[in-house]
Ligand binder design. Structure first.
Ligand SMILES: NC(=O)c1ccc[n+]([C@@H]2O[C@H](COP(=O)([O-])OP(=O)(O)OC[C@H]3O[C@@H](n4cnc5c(N)ncnc54)[C@H](OP(=O)(O)O)[C@@H]3O)[C@@H](O)[C@H]2O)c1
Length: 358
């Protein structure tokens, strides 16, 4: 089969580097063009990721794939969309708005930025959770008279929350959710959090994060009706914090349900969902979408982040919550740069390719 030709925009950043890794030897997609800001444009990739002291700053770990080392980093304007089947966009949201608008006029765009997430004709997709909302991409394409579309992923903190709530919502009717996040440093990007600021510290505020989690969770868990998404009727409140962990977000969740639930029933629900999850068999899908621990010392970022290649969501500390008539409390772990961004975006591309949208 001819592989689909893809570009990565924001290829030098934290998420961009993960894209390089996730697309290495991919069976369906081949990276043929890469772009970043003017700072990097005109350099070979390996030189573009050197810091101001000339040190190669590769955040992913392991070797940098050979295919990318000498590839020239382009300006966004230099990308040739006539030679592309798909664009992965990993730039901050202000720059992303113009870039993604320009790209989507010609070619489908899968984005990790928030630039388009809150538009009525734009679904926020998590493969395996709300695949049916992908039908909105056809509406979007028509509305905007584009050849492509923009399909954003959620904020990486929303991802684990929405993934763990979905089975509970379907089976037990989630009504209210309280969440406190302990988010990794890498979630802030390459220049996001200074080492001096985060070591021996917890930052109790992440600008705009809590609003994003509230809005996105309701939209993702909503229903597509007559070409529009009806938000799920769940009240979400959260506190988002930054902690000195390199990769992977941990979240403490309290959920009030309509029906009676207990940890055994929850475990069974996640196990059943694992068997029927739509992404089974896709190249970037993990063996287990959910892992449920009864050991109260899990989840821990160091132990969970490699599970399922960073694509598994881990749930632990599950207890009946006595504050509510019906409800649970639990902790989750979700990898912000794998399932929560680059590799999750590749999984989304695989799902949309299977649906014939790419
Ligand atoms: N980090 C995470 O865990 C995570 C998770 C989910 C979603 N996201 C979202 O993903 C996006 C990227 O995040 P990140 O953490 O990878 O940020 P980052 O490390 O700061 O990287 C930003 C990338 O965008 C490029 N860039 C900046 N301005 C540009 C412009 N005007 N034109 C073209 N390229 C431009 C940068 O290129 P230069 O190197 O040349 O400056 C760099 O490659 C953001 O929207 C973020 O909110 C991040």
């Amino acid at each position: 089969m001819d592989k689909k030709r893809v570009a990565i925009i924001g290829v030098t950043g934290s998420v961009g580097q993960e894209f390089v890794h996730s697309l290495h030897n991919h069976p369906w997609f081949e990276v043929t063009q890469i772009a970043a800001s003017e700072r990097s444009a005109g350099k070979k990739y390996l030189d573009a990721i050197r810091d101001s002291d000339g040190i190669v700053a590769w955040d992913v770990g392991g070797e940098i794939p050979e295919y990318i080392k000498d590839m020239p980093v382009l300006k966004v304007d230099e990308l040739d969309t006539s030679q592309l089947d798909l664009v992965f966009s990993a730039v901050e949201s202000e720059a992303a708005r113009d870039i993604e608008t320009k790209m989507a006029a010609d070619v489908p765009v899968i984005s990790t930025s928030s630039a388009y997430r809150y538009e009525d004709d734009v679904p926020i997709l998590i493969p395996g959770i709300n695949d049916e909302q992908a039908e909105l991409l056809d509406v979007q394409k028509k509305n905007r008279n584009w050849k492509g579309w923009v399909a954003p992923l959620p904020n990486c903190t929303t991802t684990g929350l929405a993934i763990t709530l979905k089975p509970l919502l379907e089976k037990y009717g989630a009504k209210k959710v309280l969440m406190t996040s302990m988010q990794a440093i890498s979630g802030g990007g390459r220049s996001g959090v200074s080492a001096m600021g985060i070591m021996d510290n917890i930052i109790p505020y992440i600008p705009k994060e809590e609003e994003k989690v509230r809005i996105e969770t309701r939209k993702i868990l909503g229903k597509l009706k007559d070409g529009k998404i009806e938000d799920a009727d769940i009240k979400v409140s959260c506190t988002c914090t930054r902690v000195p962990v390199i990769d992977g977000h941990t979240e403490s969740v309290f959920v009030e349900t309509e029906k009676r639930i207990d940890p055994i029933a929850a475990k069974k629900t996640y196990e059943e969902y694992n068997k029927s999850i739509s992404v089974v068999g896709l190249p970037s899908a993990p063996k287990d979408y959910y892992v449920f621990h009864e050991d109260p010392t899990r989840p821990q970022p160091r132990m969970e982040r490699e599970v399922g290649g960073g694509m598994t969501t881990t749930i632990g500390r599950v207890e009946k919550e006595e504050l509510f008539e019906n409800g649970l409390k639990y902790m989750l772990f979700s990898h912000n740069k794998k399932m929560g961004s680059a590799k999750g975006a590749v999984l989304l591309a695989e799902m949309l390719y299977k649906k014939g949208k790419i």
